[in-house]
Design a protein around this ligand. Structure first.
Ligand code: C5P
Length: 229
């Protein structure tokens, strides 16, 4: 089996979180969020390289986060990200360590609780189908709402899934999807959307409720609570 590559987009400024320190460098029990993601990735024997896309202005912060947890390694590569998440991943995908036939996972650096089980569940599905993502059934009723606040439509809850990362693809599939998106100017909030746009079926497997994305200070409190139980 070819080694897996894990791309960790970590070039965001974390505006929604507030404060001076981007959320991926915020601490949870004294350890930065990004270090949790790198530690899990490196501890999987299937993983060849972890490619972190960063804002170059944060390089010192990133290197400190890694060195303080003894996570600096030849298996960790740092590349320059872009102004949007999509650009950050596009940059990382160009790296020569990724062969087209290998599997590549994209995982938000700010989801500290992704487990081996989750990576393996998604990876096995992608090995068979070419593209797989984790998702959870939604509990709330979801409506689309116009700018002025008027409800446009109520979406059928039974078919909806709240989608997470890690998302996993054959690298060649993901590269084609990114090339197509760049050519047509398509932007999306996850990688699977770009793969769907080139007509490749994406399999949705069971996600993990603990695999939250730390987006606001409240999420950091929830993450603390997870560590306490
Ligand atoms: O902003 P959001 O929560 O969607 O970011 C998800 C992940 O994408 C974060 O780990 C963030 O650092 C990363 N990102 C990036 N490049 C950007 C914006 C976000 O790598 N320009």
């Amino acid at each position: 089996m070819e080694p897996w590559t894990i791309i960790l987009p970590a070039a965001g400024s974390g505006l929604r979180f507030g404060g001076d320190v981007p959320k991926q460098y915020r601490h949870l029990r004294g350890i930065s969020l990004i270090s949790y993601s790198v530690r899990t990735a490196l501890s999987m024997p299937e993983v060849g390289h972890v490619i972190i896309a960063i804002n170059p202005e944060h390089r010192a912060m990133c290197e400190h986060a890694l060195s303080s947890q003894h996570l600096q390694s030849d298996r960790v590569l740092i590349v320059e990200g872009g102004t949007e998440r999509q650009q950050s991943i596009h940059a990382a995908l160009q790296h020569a360590v990724i062969s087209d036939s290998s599997l590549v996972f994209v995982h938000d650096a700010v989801r500290p609780f992704a487990t081996f089980d989750l990576y393996r569940r998604v990876g096995l599905a992608a090995m068979e189908h070419g593209a797989a993502i984790p998702g959870l059934a939604v509990r709330d009723t979801i409506k689309s709402v116009f700018d002025g606040g008027i409800v446009e439509a109520t979406l059928p809850r039974s078919v909806l899934r709240a989608v997470q990362t890690p998302q996993c693809f054959r690298a060649g599939v993901l590269r084609s999807a990114y090339a197509h998106a760049a050519e047509l100017g398509i932007t999306a909030t996850d990688d699977a959307s770009l793969v769907e746009a080139i007509g490749i079926p994406v399999l949705c497997v069971e996600g993990d409720e603990r695999n939250i994305k730390v987006t606001t200070p409240l999420d950091l409190l929830i993450a603390e609570a997870f560590l306490a139980v």
